[in-house]
Design a protein around this ligand. Sequence first.
Ligand SMILES: Cc1cc2nc3c(=O)[nH]c(=O)nc-3n(C[C@H](O)[C@H](O)[C@H](O)COP(=O)(O)OP(=O)(O)OC[C@H]3O[C@@H](n4cnc5c(N)ncnc54)[C@H](O)[C@@H]3O)c2cc1C
Ligand code: FES
Ligand code: FES
Length: 495
Amino acid sequence: MAATEQATKSRCALRFRFRGREVVLDRFLPRLTALDWLREEAGAKGTKEGCAEGDCGACTVVLVRLRAGKLVYEAVNACILLVGQLDGTEMITVEDLAEGDVLHPVQQAMVDHHGSQCGFCTPGIVMSLFAAYHSGAPVTHAGLCEQLAGNLCRCTGYRPILSAALETCNGTPADRFAATDKERAAALAALGDGQDLFVGDEARFFAAPASLDSLAGLYQRFPDATLVSGATDVGLWITKQLRDPARVIWLGRVAGLDAVEDQPNKPLSIGAGVTLAEVRPLLAKVHPDLDEIMRRFGSVQVRTSGTVGGNIANGSPIGDLAPALIALGGRVVLRRGDAIRRLPLEDFFIAYGKQDRAPGEFVLAVEAPRLREGQHYRAFKVSKRFDEDISAVMLGARIDVDGRRISGARLAYGGMAATPKRAANAELALAGKDLDDRASWGLALAALEKDFTPLTDMRASAAYRMKVAQSVLEKALIEVAGPNAPTRLGALHAA
Ligand SMILES: Cc1cc2nc3c(=O)[nH]c(=O)nc-3n(C[C@H](O)[C@H](O)[C@H](O)COP(=O)(O)OP(=O)(O)OC[C@H]3O[C@@H](n4cnc5c(N)ncnc54)[C@H](O)[C@@H]3O)c2cc1C
Ligand code: FES
Ligand code: FES
């Protein structure tokens, strides 16, 4: 089908809600970010640009979406969000909160508790608190620390900000947004037409197919198009590498790409479009270490936008999900046209920047087998900063035990090679070793030096990476060997 024909059968303009009205855009550059649209086209300069790479939260806005008939308020980074990704949502920015001279409760609490000094971070922090205010549950101190991990304040300090939030975010929003939820839900429902979206022409377009078949067809026709899911990676190509993707296919409206199959005794199947926030409770049921890994994955803003498919498809050697899932024996499901194939996740990563994906083929889902009796799992992420930092080294380890004998192991590392990679020599060296004979593990720790020749870069030196890789493996073995061997400051895991 020609793109022009495609266009005639699709909706040809983007539609979202902003300041109580519907915005319709039928011409925009596919690379245009929501932040640039706000500041340069809508003249809404309250939302700030700090880092332009998703780290500082100065650009935080709230997107309101209709999910299962209910409005949800989510904080996202506008700097790495494409304007096209606003389709079907309502965007709320810091200018929208006050009514005339009357500040919104979270703004007033920030004033009362002296939560702002230079004020550069404040619009973003206020929007994160606004999302917490509408989260439907009272905030806790721990929950707030997570909520604010993606909002950097360099001069006030977080104590007054936390006090402002604890005072106001009590789970019962009573602002004018809560008062108009019904009308606003109806307005959003009216935007959800289930039609394919295609803005532009064959040479330059922003498309958002609404079904898997439309996506498969469009991507086969334009295999050089840039697939965009949450844009938490792609957004940086635009803001930092100044790339200008001419053809963009956004996956955020594809019905079924976010499907989840979560049945006991069957592998957990996670659609590529499932967000990192949504996958966290599912992975937590597989093993509590995965909950902890996901808590430390980016920030609330990054996890709200970023997806499982994006994290796997980007092929990053320092992505967190790949080693975590390879250790479980995970598989990736790919689709091209009508053809679907599955392969072990480790085989998907061929070389740096090269994955086993044919032109026009996309990631449909990933599958994560459940742990069986005798299979012990551990995952460790080591990074320079606890919150919102990319791994220097990441280990996902499944250690299979028969009595006190190690019968097998799957050890998958991130940060140690050009791709996420299993430690084949260490796995071999562990087989048959005794959990009670700590000295016997030494061969496996030494074998890591045959498995990997890590790089020195800004995150870590090669020597540090090797030492950490050995240490986290030893830590995993100590934990599996005995429940009385605490190796962490946090809670102990029983499994
Ligand atoms: C501040 C910040 C912190 C971060 N922290 C972490 C972290 O702690 N751990 C970590 O691992 N990563 C981290 N990331 C990286 C990023 O958030 C993740 O890789 C995320 O999962 C990417 O998902 P996305 O949906 O945003 O992908 P996108 O940016 O939309 O896409 C990423 C790549 O995948 C391709 N793609 C997307 N979906 C598909 C599909 N279904 N089929 C085929 N190709 C597809 C795109 O074309 C692109 O090449 C961080 C990023 C930022 C900005
Ligand atoms: S400007 Fe820093 S996260 Fe967007
Ligand atoms: S008030 Fe200055 S950075 Fe937060």
